[in-house]
Design a protein around this ligand. Structure first.
Ligand code: AMP
Ligand code: MG
Length: 493
């Protein structure tokens, strides 16, 4: 079977404009997704479809199944697999979309541009030894967590649809195959720059850097050293992003440079997971033996990744190499300060602080210490602090914590805002519900083992309003039973 062209593009609302294929040809390979046997649309994000200018009625049935499976190419799409490289756990490798096809860039009615990518769409020239396919469980997992991140207000790729393929994929066991339609502001990665830098292709790096500026940071056009400005902007976006991850207890799990998007969106949901009890050393990923990507290491790792990015830009920063190195070093070494600024602002808000005092950092550290000592639930502790009643947890009985709490309450009185205003701020900053690992597993099991998608639908509904404290969501706020606490995640391959 070969992919057919669709004649129904206008009815469905597709409006492609494919700027990436204007870039140097080494950055992509043109090919269609490999058609699948029996596509069936199992999850469809109607609200996202509408915001993209797509008409859900036209895509909810067979047409959507065929398109989101890659069996039918919507008019105007110019399918490609993107080339990139990356440092994986510190080692450099040439990679590329080994199981994904970018259909094209959808222009929304508001004029925004989004990549529409099929993940699990078959082999490409970059597949290496992989089968180009994806299993249903990991694709549903990406759908749930990316949509939860969006609802939490964290920049992220989105999930438009999941289709099952009617084919099996073979991992340790045979599993149902699936394809996820991912929507992203772009798929330009640190690894995309590294791919060109490894080839020593300076002209293409300049073209890609200019493309990145025009697509994501057009205000930098015309600045004195626009490439240095790009480096600083990417640093700021990453500082803001990782700050937000830390605030909600998110662990990405595989922060390789190929999984770091330059526009500052969370991308590539593999072994990611959320903290239950607070411990900065938490690692869920089965392959992260050394804890490189542990919760508390994420800000250092992002700086490491930014250093790799800065290296690719060196020839663009200054014509004299030692000057270029000086500018890059100066930039990257400013990262901890940029990060700390973001982190302090974020955590002050989590604690209901509107003003700044120099001892705030100490105050925050002490709370986190108490939480760690008492194995406190990360999410619920911050909600408990905003509550009017005293929580019945070990933490709230701990002497060191009670001492800390008095200090914090005094701190609250040293700002003009009322305690009620602080509580309102805290409730807006601290989610009541997050995608708890045991809840995500339960939804995946129902869908994958029993074909029951209602558990996932309910979970998605709860996660769509994470800051609302609805009595009916109470079950979704409970930490896992002790037996379910040894959670492990696996790369979604
Ligand atoms: P990831 O761990 O998903 O970020 O993927 C890392 C690299 O492995 C990327 O180049 C992917 O395209 C590639 N890859 C992952 N799974 C597969 C697969 N099943 N078949 C081919 N390539 C894959
Ligand atoms: Mg990846």
């Amino acid at each position: 079977m070969t992919a057919e062209n669709s004649t129904t593009a206008t009815e469905a609302g597709w409006n492609f404009d494919n700027s990436y294929v204007q870039l140097p040809e080494s950055l992509y390979a043109r090919l269609n997704p490999v058609p699948v046997r029996e596509p069936r649309l199992v999850v469809f994000n109607r609200l996202l479809a509408e915001s993209l200018g797509l008409r859900p009625e036209a895509l909810a049935g067979d047409e959507g199944a065929a398109i989101f499976a890659g069996n039918r190419i919507p008019a105007g799409a110019e399918p490609i697999a993107q080339a990139y490289a990356g440092h994986q756990f510190g080692s450099f490798t040439i990679l590329g979309d080994g199981r994904a096809i970018l259909l094209g860039e959808q222009i929304t009615p508001g004029g925004e541009r989004f990549d529409i990518q099929l993940k699990g769409s078959g082999r490409t020239p970059f597949s290496r030894r992989g089968d180009g396919r994806a299993a249903l469980g990991p694709m549903l997992r990406e759908y749930i967590i990316s949509e939860a991140m969006h609802a939490l207000g964290i920049p992220t790729t989105r999930s438009l649809a999941v289709v099952t393929t009617g084919e099996q994929v073979f991992r340790e066991t045979p599993l149902p195959g699936a394809i996820l339609t991912r929507v992203a502001a772009s798929h330009i990665r640190v690894g995309t720059f590294e791919f060109l830098a490894a080839k020593g292709d300076l002209e293409s790096i300049r073209a890609l850097a200019d493309y990145t500026i025009s697509r994501h940071f057009p205000d930098l056009n015309g600045t004195e050293n626009r490439f240095l400005a790009l480096l600083y902007r990417v640093m700021e976006r990453q500082a803001a992003l990782v700050t937000k991850w830390l605030e909600v207890g998110f662990i990405h799990g595989v922060m390789n440079t190929d999984n770091m998007s330059l526009c500052g969106e969370t991308i590539d949901y593999g072994p990611c997971a959320f903290l239950d009890t607070y411990d900065p050393a938490t690692v869920f990923s089965s392959i992260d033996q050394s804890g490189r990507y542990a919760y508390g290491n994420q800000s250092q790792i992002v700086q490491w990744n930014l250093t790799r990015f800065a290296e690719t830009l060196l020839p663009l920063l200054h014509e004299e190499q030692d000057q270029a190195i000086r500018l890059a070093q100066e930039a990257v070494s400013a990262f901890p300060e940029i990060f700390l600024r973001c982190r302090l602002a974020g955590i002050r808000a989590k604690l209901g602080l509107f003003t700044e005092e120099s001892a705030d950092l100490e105050l925050i550290k002490e709370l986190l210490n108490c939480m760690q000592q008492n194995h406190a639930d990360y999410t619920n502790t911050f909600r408990d602090l905003a509550a009017e009643t005293v929580a019945e947890t070990a933490l709230f009985r701990d002497a060191a914590f009670l001492k800390w709490q008095r200090r914090w309450q005094e701190r609250l009185t040293r700002q003009p805002q009322s305690v009620e205003e602080s509580r309102t701020l805290m409730r807006a900053q601290n989610p009541a519900v997050i995608p708890r690992n045991h809840r995500v597993e339960e939804a995946l099991e129902a869908a994958v083992e029993r074909g029951d998608f209602t558990v996932m639908a309910k979970l998605l509904e709860v996660l769509s309003q994470p800051y609302a404290e609805r009595a009916e969501d109470d079950d979704y706020r409970s930490p896992p039973e002790p037996s379910a606490r040894c959670y492990q995640t696996f790369c979604g391959t």
